[in-house]
Design a protein around this ligand. Structure first.
Ligand code: GBH
Length: 454
């Protein structure tokens, strides 16, 4: 072990934390002047969310955040990644600022710092103000400009107490799942619109970067989700399918960010969706602004096989409809939601990023990784998941990848988007009837692991 490495195989100063997002935990959606977001609206669409669940109350974190911060202290975490709800700060998306919304996050950041916990603030975790969606949402370039304004407003209010900034969480989900697959808000199934959304999210990120750097001591990054794609067989058809999926989920985002280029197979894969008229000449320069870190969310690997397109007419196809079917390996381990458990995919993602982008890749923080299950307290599946993904992380570090931190998703069970409250990712169980928090076995396991890592 080198001098830089401490006991347990983690580098000196390695950051340990948990992650959450505003709509998934805060509740209090009608309080202190908050405006509606696309998720408030989407949750009311019949059949959109399992059980008809909504984020109206969620974990009531808006009122119980002190108790949740105490849980972080018990865990021994030195950092916490949370998101700011855009519609709390700007109820109409732009224009009038709601001071009470900003005050909540100032109190939260102060409460964390009093406990020795460093805030990592995500500015956008999917809760677009509904007013902006009504003007086109992420299909429209104007939303990117509005995001940069919003970023500056939050930075002005919190910049004296927050140093680590994450512009976006998972632009793949906000664009392709929201505007292409339609399983997330705003529930659209579009081709061109979903690709435009992906592009405008990247532009929004790039425009916000300089607006978050006005003090000089900030560290600015973006969080993307990555899923390595593996062809189900070695047939040329399955290999081509895996490559299309890799473009959709991964390279569409990493290439502009770290390679300052659009992937060469964009036209071949998406050309039928009426082209790329949303691109402007200087966009790549904006998008590829140098970053202080990359936030990586890793959950699973995708095993891809060629399949018939859902929509035969290419002109009417959604961006998600790529002639690919996901075929998890038979007999493989899965989590409680049926997602493949493949820690090697995390190692592969980390080493693959370092190989592909070299010096252009900033230090990496794993900003989410976790296990979805049911309401068990003795969550051995989650313990094994964390143990094995942390081992994969140490292996990547030993192999030379600059990984600086690990944030477990999630601190508490919460509103799991289209799956509602039935799917649970927490280290801490939440009884939604009483809001009682109970640390699970995995909480104690991670606490001991953090303590022994020093
Ligand atoms: C993250 O997304 C989110 O950032 C976080 O808010 C969320 O709570 C967490 O993961 C856990 O899901 O439902 O089987 O069809 C992770 C990326 C992309 C994973 C969409 C789930 C759908 C798989 N997600 N994907 S499935």
């Amino acid at each position: 072990m080198t001098e830089q490495q401490q006991a347990g195989g983690y580098p000196r100063g390695f950051v340990w934390g948990t992650a959450t997002s505003a709509y998934q935990i805060e509740g209090a959606t009608g309080e202190d002047g908050r405006g509606p977001s696309i998720w408030d609206v989407f949750c009311r669409v019949p059949g959109a969310v399992a059980g008809g669940d909504t984020g109206e109350v969620a974990c009531d974190h808006y009122h119980r955040w002190r108790e949740d911060a105490d849980l972080m202290t018990d865990l021994g975490a030195g950092a916490y990644r949370f998101s700011v709800a855009w519609p709390r700060v700007l109820p109409e998306g732009s224009g009038r600022v709601e001071q009470r919304g900003l005050d909540f996050y100032r109190r939260l950041a102060d409460g964390l710092r009093e406990r020795g916990i460093e805030p990592y603030v995500t500015l956008y975790h999917w809760d677009l103000p509904q007013a902006l969606e009504e003007r086109g949402g992420w299909r429209d370039r104007d939303t990117a400009e509005r995001f940069a304004d919003y970023a500056e407003i939050v930075h002005d209010a919190l910049g004296d107490r927050v140093r680590n900034w994450i512009t976006l969480n998972e632009p793949y989900c906000s664009s392709i799942v929201g505007y292409g697959e339609g399983r997330h808000a705003p529930g659209a199934k579009e081709g061109h619109g979903a690709l435009a959304a992906a592009h405008h999210l990247l532009v929004a990120h790039g425009l916000a970067v300089p607006r978050l750097r006005t003090r000089g001591d900030e560290r600015v990054g973006i969080t993307i989700n990555m899923s390595p794609t593996v062809p189900a067989t070695s047939s040329p058809e399955d290999r081509a399918a895996a490559r299309r999926m890799d473009l959709l989920v991964n390279r569409q985002f990493t290439e502009p960010l770290f390679g300052a280029a659009y992937p060469e197979d964009m036209a071949e894969t998406f050309g039928h969706l009426t082209g790329f008229s949303f691109r402007r000449e200087d966009d790549l320069k904006v998008i590829s602004a140098a970053l202080d870190f990359l936030g990586l969310n890793y959950y699973y690997r995708i095993h891809a096989a060629a399949a018939p397109y859902a929509e035969p007419d290419p002109a009417r196809r959604s961006a998600f409809d790529l002639g690919v079917r996901s075929v998890p390996p038979e007999g493989g381990t899965v989590n409680g939601l049926g997602w493949p458990v493949e820690p090697d995919g995390l190692y592969q993602t980390l080493t693959g990023l370092a190989e592909r982008y070299g010096e252009a890749l900033p230090p990496v923080y794993i900003t989410e990784n976790g296990y979805g299950g049911g309401d068990e307290l003795d969550d051995q599946g989650r313990v094994a998941y964390l143990r094995d993904h942390l081992a994969a992380t140490r292996r990547a570090i030993a192999g030379g990848v600059d990984v600086r931190g690990y944030f477990c998703w999630s601190l508490v069970d919460n509103f799991e988007w289209a799956r509602g409250y039935a799917a649970r990712f927490g280290l801490t169980h939440v009884d939604y009837a009483t809001q009682k928090r109970t640390p699970k076995t995995s909480f104690h396991w991670l606490r001991d692991h953090i303590a022994s890592a020093g």
